[in-house]
Design a binder for this molecule. Sequence first.
Ligand code: PLP
Length: 357
Amino acid sequence: MFGPGPTMVEPGVYEVLAKPLVGHLDPYFINILDETREMLRSMFGTRNPLTWAISGTGSAGMETAIANFVEPNSTLAVLGCGFFGSRMAEMGRRQGARVVNFEKTWGEVFGYEEVAEFVNREKPAVVAFVHAETSTGALQDPRPITKAAREVDALVIADAVTSLGAVPVSVDEMGIDVAYSCSQKGLSCPPGLSPFTASPRAVERLNARKTPVPAWYLDLRLLGEYFDGHKYHHTASATLFYALHESLRLIHEEGMEKRFARHRRAHDKLVRGFEDLGVRMHVPEGHRIPHLNTPRVPDGVDDAKVRKHLLEKDGIEIAGGFGPLAGKIFRIGVMGPMANDGCVQMLLDKFGAALRA
Ligand code: PLP
């Protein structure tokens, strides 16, 4: 699996998926939850007490962020250069917020001046952006956004669905208030959980809400009664938490910095290989997601045929572009166990052969 997610998981993670079930309030399971929360704090680069995993995929994390921190009739500013910004905007509209979009061409990123000008004009209560935009391959530096948002006292929500586990997210250092992710990309786990963190400043805003959070299942204050108070809220999946716990344990065993560097090396080798094949990258150097590569489809090549060839002849899954980038880019994930020289070389050889075919 060399797509944008789900991606390959480590053999040890498959093994724990077969472990016997325990109840969602069993002391053994509560200990797994607590250890998972602590490892997630390191992964997110935060000391936020409110750090846990929502039962659901990345979109559940997104909906949790929007439902809890965006109040009806408040202004939500969405900075979008791709598909997932629009999903946040749609969720904001459904919460009854006034949504203002700042959109740029798919594949671009935002700089400080333009964001500062936008938020000064719109005065949003919340600013939301996508850290690693999976639809384009662009990595947004959070700092220009958090700096501009703080100047108008807005909360910042970061979508870290594709970034967490493969590049630093550094929530505290970057000034991000709320971040959510998924289990099936940079964390090398099956889908089904959405790591989530919120700063004390965000929690203060939550406690000052004038209206109840409309989504009962995703209400963070109710979820706190489970994760902190160990009282029943919903029946969390022990199996999925075993998997997340094991994947985080393996990441910490390798060392986060080493893991980030390994993904970076795999990316460099892949990009050099594309250059040798005469294939150009969609996103300019310096703004690329290292583990989600978006080479442009060369002139005269039908991307669907290349993908079909790889899947049918070699059992390799890669993805194509969509929206304005349909037929224009490939989306190739090199994550977790695949981020090494051998796998990248194998992929380059097969990809080159598929292009020629
Ligand atoms: N945000 C981004 C940046 C994504 O890439 C995705 C999925 O690929 C999502 C949100 C939604 O996550 P999920 O499909 O796990 O619900």
